[in-house]
Write a protein that binds this ligand. Structure first.
Ligand SMILES: Cc1cc2nc3c(=O)[nH]c(=O)nc-3n(C[C@H](O)[C@H](O)[C@H](O)COP(=O)(O)OP(=O)(O)OC[C@H]3O[C@@H](n4cnc5c(N)ncnc54)[C@H](O)[C@@H]3O)c2cc1C
Length: 389
């Protein structure tokens, strides 16, 4: 088959300019705070305020609710460029988008109008409460309960590993309305912090330390029935539909972290002297750097492909490609950041350089939004489903 049309498998001029602008902005406004928020494990407020200056919290949200309605590849570029200097700051964008996806795709018009514009303006932030201490990969084993009582539901239970716990103003909570119905017994709710959310503890983590992760406790919290998202019993579908649309951007976060590590290692190689010249002259190290760059470009291509499918998926392949992009990019980021530390030798192992932080931050991209083992379960299931049908 021949075609006269030029290939469009490339970033547009607007997307490339957006990347250039954002790179300079992040270098100036976000990078200076990255080591400090990691060291002190505090929310990156200054960086978040900087993102608001560029109206980035609106980027991935629908235009009719105050969002910018950017396509997913553009959102991936934003996440990459922020993660390239501070992964914790990139998570501030990702998590509120994750929280608003169920509202935008499954919520009533009233809910959309009430919450999405405020998240878009960066006035409020959102969390996504799916996991529990004994229900991570096995989501349907959750024990949180939602009991209907007149015009409201009463929610009780404890959600674990919740990103932005305490910082967020709204919490998207999954709980069982029918505990005997397995995955079909899960429903989804929007709960405001003020209605009785309690943060029982915060985790002391290996990486992503500027992003608070905590236990969200609901002790008979009354939630108006108007704040149920989707139908009763539809919560598991809402959760999976949401993760399909978010996982490609976790892949973008991994690509951004890895790019930060590659760039830092490349600069170091030109400066560090050994055996009478820069270590960049050593072919063994050049090959390492080339391998790192190759792996990250392959990851980036897969991430953009999955992102494009999140916008337009005529063949129904997003579930598979989202899982592939997240798993491949996060595995690549892990190996790239380990190699970056190696390229810096002993200095790479210290906090004088950012590469050890990149390594610690990369690790969680293999774990959250479903571990990479779970992604492979999903990929194989989708492949085999096609063979069998
Ligand atoms: C920093 C951080 C932030 C997080 N943020 C959030 C959040 O905002 N909201 C939220 O809801 N959750 C969040 N999580 C939770 C995260 O999604 C879970 O940790 C993850 O899904 C794994 O669940 P688990 O920890 O219970 O591990 P488990 O499910 O207990 O898994 C243990 C091991 O078993 C493997 N395994 C499990 N099932 C299978 C299988 N079927 N086949 C092969 N291997 C399997 C896993 O891959 C893993 O290696 C966060 C976690 C972290 C660390």
């Amino acid at each position: 088959m021949t075609t006269d049309a030029a290939s469009t498998f490339a970033l547009s001029d607007v997307q490339q300019e957006f990347r250039r602008t954002l790179r300079a902005f992040c270098q100036e406004k976000v990078a200076p705070h990255a080591a400090e928020v990691d060291r002190t494990a505090t929310f990156p407020w200054k960086s978040f305020e900087a993102l608001k200056e560029l109206e980035l919290p609106a980027l991935g949200l629908a235009t009719q609710y105050g969002g910018a309605g950017a396509d997913m590849v553009t959102q991936a570029i934003a996440v990459e460029e922020i993660a390239r200097v501070c992964a914790s700051t990139s998570l501030t964008l990702l998590i509120s988008k994750l929280g608003m996806l169920p509202v935008m795709n499954w919520g009533s018009d009233e809910l959309k109008q009430e919450y999405v514009p405020r998240v878009a303006a960066g006035e409020i932030q959102a969390s996504y409460c799916l996991s529990e201490a004994d229900a991570g990969s096995d989501v349907a084993a959750m024990r949180a309960r939602a009991v209907r009582d007149g015009d409201s539901y009463v929610l009780s239970g404890s959600k674990y590993w919740i990103t932005n716990a305490g910082v967020s103003d709204v919490y998207i909570v999954f709980a069982k309305t029918d505990p005997d119905a397995g995955a079909r017994g899960v429903s989804c709710f929007l709960v405001e912090k003020e209605w009785g959310i309690r943060i029982a503890k915060h985790e002391d983590k290996l990486g992503m330390r500027g992003s608070p992760t905590g236990e969200v406790v609901l002790d008979e919290v009354r939630v108006p029935a108007t704040h149920r998202i989707g139908e009763e019993g539809q919560g598991f579908t809402v959760a999976m539909h949401t993760l399909d649309r978010s996982r490609p951007t976790i892949g973008a976060q991994a690509v951004g972290i890895a790019q930060g590590a590659i760039d830092a290692a490349a600069v170091y190689m030109t400066q560090r002297q050994a055996f009478g010249g820069p270590i960049a002259d050593l072919q063994g190290l050049r090959f390492m750097l080339a391998d790192m760059a190759m792996r990250n470009e392959a990851a980036r291509a897969l991430v953009y492909r999955a992102c494009a499918m999140a916008d337009h998926d005529p063949t129904g392949e997003l579930t598979q490609f989202g899982a592939m992009a997240k798993a491949f990019a996060s595995d690549a980021a892990m190996s790239i950041t380990v190699d970056a530390v190696q390229l810096l030798g002993g200095y790479g192992y210290t906090k004088d350089f950012p590469v050890e932080r990149y390594l610690r931050d990369a690790k969680v991209t293999q774990i959250y939004e479903g571990t990479n083992q779970v992604q492979k379960v999903v990929i194989a299931r989708e492949l085999l489903r096609r063979v069998e049908s």
